[in-house]
Design a binder for this molecule. Structure first.
Ligand code: OSB
Ligand code: MG
Length: 330
């Protein structure tokens, strides 16, 4: 694994700026009860004394991130404040995962030069009504691997969708993601209505970890952990039935934390895949780059980009360091 752990020379940052980035969704998107029309975050730009720059993005995701957008701005300002006095920055002030991720990207000058046209689309993400999903699946040429959101309708309707897709392509292996929204009964009802082999694994089927592991025990369908890993107090113990760990750097945090998860999974032959949290194109390209470094043989979940209207992305300058007497506060 390429070691991108942030061993930065903090004294070499000579200037920094923060810009607000806002990108409308093509249509409103539901995130655990939050109906969002646009995706908001902060871009951080660091200037180093050798003339190079590093960029990062802190985009907390409502419903998933604990920190608010305002928390991010406050933390970034606190971290960068010493630059006014020509002093090294202090990373201990950045404990919000999206901020830690942004700082590590900027400090390690993570590439954002990946050509967006060549972004790998190894795991198409299909969201919408059953009818829309079937239509999109056909338009994509019936790929063998897709990711679907589950538990946004009755288990019987989720099962009907999976069965319909399976009829279109008997080789299909679905990754399902229930975002912890099923009860144990819902999950069993779903499993009873589908041929189990059509499911590669289900991310976070149930509200509790015990029900999620119980689901594997009763159905034999493997599960993947995502939200569970984002809990700072969760200690990962490998268990039969855990097929994959989903690493969302914006929600997990520093490179060191992400790499620790990947390392533990590797030791136990559990797959890991890097996945986005609906970041803007720049951060998606950085995630594509990190996925190449950290999980080179795994698909990356970066298909969120298609839900953003990136032609309407706006950037607004917010702050810069060293602070000028007459700054361009936006
Ligand atoms: O539930 O996995 C999720 C994005 C933001 C927040 C939560 C999730 C997602 C994704 C990203 O599904 C795409 C992917 O993992 O393929
Ligand atoms: Mg998930």
């Amino acid at each position: 694994m390429t070691n991108l752990t942030a061993t930065h020379n903090l004294s070499k940052i000579v200037a920094a700026s923060i810009t607000k980035v806002s990108t409308p969704f093509k249509q409103p998107m539901l995130f655990k009860g939050h109906n969002l029309c646009s995706r908001e975050g902060y871009r951080l730009k660091l200037h180093f004394s050798d003339g190079t720059i590093g960029k990062g993005e802190a985009s907390p995701l409502p419903g998933f991130s604990q920190e608010s957008l305002n928390d991010c701005l406050l933390q970034l300002k606190q971290v960068l404040a010493p630059l006014n006095l020509n002093q090294p920055i202090d990373l201990s002030k950045a404990d919000a995962p999206s901020v830690a991720f942004a700082l590590d990207c900027a400090l390690s000058k993570t590439s954002y030069e990946v050509d967006s046209m060549t972004l790998p689309n190894e795991m198409p993400l299909l969201i919408g009504s059953n009818q829309t999903i079937v239509k999109e699946y056909k338009q994509l040429g019936k790929p063998d691997r897709i990711k679907l959101k589950a538990a946004r309708q009755a288990p019987s309707l989720d099962a009907a969708l999976v069965n319909q897709l399976h009829q279109l392509n008997p080789a299909l292996k679905c990754i399902l993601d229930a975002n912890q929204a099923w009860t144990a009964q819902d999950a069993d009802e779903f499993a009873n209505r589908i041929p189990c082999k059509v499911i590669a694994y289900i991310e976070e089927p149930c509200a509790t970890y015990d029900d999620t592991m119980g689901f594997f025990k009763t159905t034999g369908i493997p599960v993947a952990l995502d939200e569970t890993l984002q809990n700072k107090n969760f200690k990962f113990h490998p268990q039969a039935g855990i097929a994959a760990l989903v690493i969302k750097p914006s929600l997990i945090g520093s490179f060191a934390r992400c790499q620790r998860c990947i390392e533990v999974a590797k030791q136990h032959n559990i797959q890991t895949y890097l996945s986005s949290s609906f970041e803007s194109p720049m951060a998606i390209k950085q995630l594509a780059y990190l996925a190449q470094c950290w999980t080179p043989n795994q698909p990356a979940g970066l298909d969120t980009i298609k839900y953003l209207d990136i032609d309407k992305l706006t950037l607004t300058p917010i702050a810069q360091w060293p602070q000028k007497p007459c700054s361009t506060d936006g």
